[in-house]
Design a protein. Structure first.
Length: 252
């Protein structure tokens, strides 16, 4: 299976499966999506929802499934946090063979609805922090990073709209790499200001985003794909007959 396809290939899920998983609390993950306005939160939510067969993958990004109120649909922005339960099956060969129930919360990105963001962060364990790779870090990006830090969430940085580097900016592969690297460094420079003395004594912090550590995802939510460096390491380790650990040190 190609690493670009690892994000969204899943069968339709029945409500019976979800109800069964609700009784296994160790397999439940509560995750919120945080980002600046128009960085792709709702589109990513649509893509993840389509992976469970709830909506068509062709409608992902246009149906805005979690924007359930009339005003949200009319204005095209998220105004209320909204949640949905999704099933995640681990890929074949994964050491974790059990399925997970993902309680996903899509939160607003506009600063006027920051109270909804605070509520979403308070009831979750982890966060997907989206950054538009072209627009980069914006005002609300800084705000949601601080909110995730305050609530002690386990964050994952999602560099979204990778396709824009090609279709709009027409960057070469090396120029795209430098641009993405600069974006990640900008995010890390913000999170570094939150570190306490105890965190500085450690080698790394959960809020240090490093592609080789597996907490950075490169994605295009509108096109329904995403990958980590680990996906390519696993893909090429079998083809090149090399250890995954060796490839992780050289792929980024």
């Amino acid at each position: 299976q190609h690493p670009f396809q690892t994000l969204l290939i899943m069968p339709s899920v029945s409500s019976v499966d979800l109800i069964t998983l609700q009784g296994r609390t160790s397999n439940i993950r509560n995750i919120c999506i945080l980002a600046h306005v128009d960085h792709g939160k709702t589109t990513l939510s649509d893509s993840l929802i389509s992976s469970n067969g709830i909506i068509s993958s062709r409608l992902a990004g246009t149906v805005r499934y979690l924007d359930h109120t009339k005003y949200e649909q009319e204005r095209g922005i998220t105004m209320k946090s909204c949640s949905i339960s999704l099933l995640y099956n681990h890929p074949k060969g994964s050491p974790n063979a059990s399925s997970n129930l993902i309680n996903l919360i899509d939160s607003p990105g506009h600063v006027d609805f920051s109270g909804e963001v605070s509520t979403a962060a308070r009831v979750t364990d982890g966060a997907l922090v989206l950054v538009d790779v072209v627009e980069g870090v914006c005002i609300q990006t800084t705000g949601v990073l601080r909110q995730a830090w305050i609530e002690k969430l386990r964050p994952c940085l999602v560099i979204n709209k990778i396709d824009r580097l090609i279709t709009e900016l027409h960057l070469t592969p090396y120029e795209a790499f430098k641009h993405i690297k600069k974006t990640i460094e900008h995010v890390n420079s913000i999170t570094a200001s939150y570190f306490t003395e105890e965190c500085c004594l450690e080698d790394t912090s959960p809020f240090t985003f490093l592609p080789e550590s597996g907490n950075v995802v490169f994605a295009s939510a509108i096109d329904g794909w995403g990958f980590r460096i680990h996906d390519f390491a696993e893909f090429y380790s079998s083809k090149l007959k090399m250890k995954k650990e060796v490839l992780l040190k050289t792929l980024w």
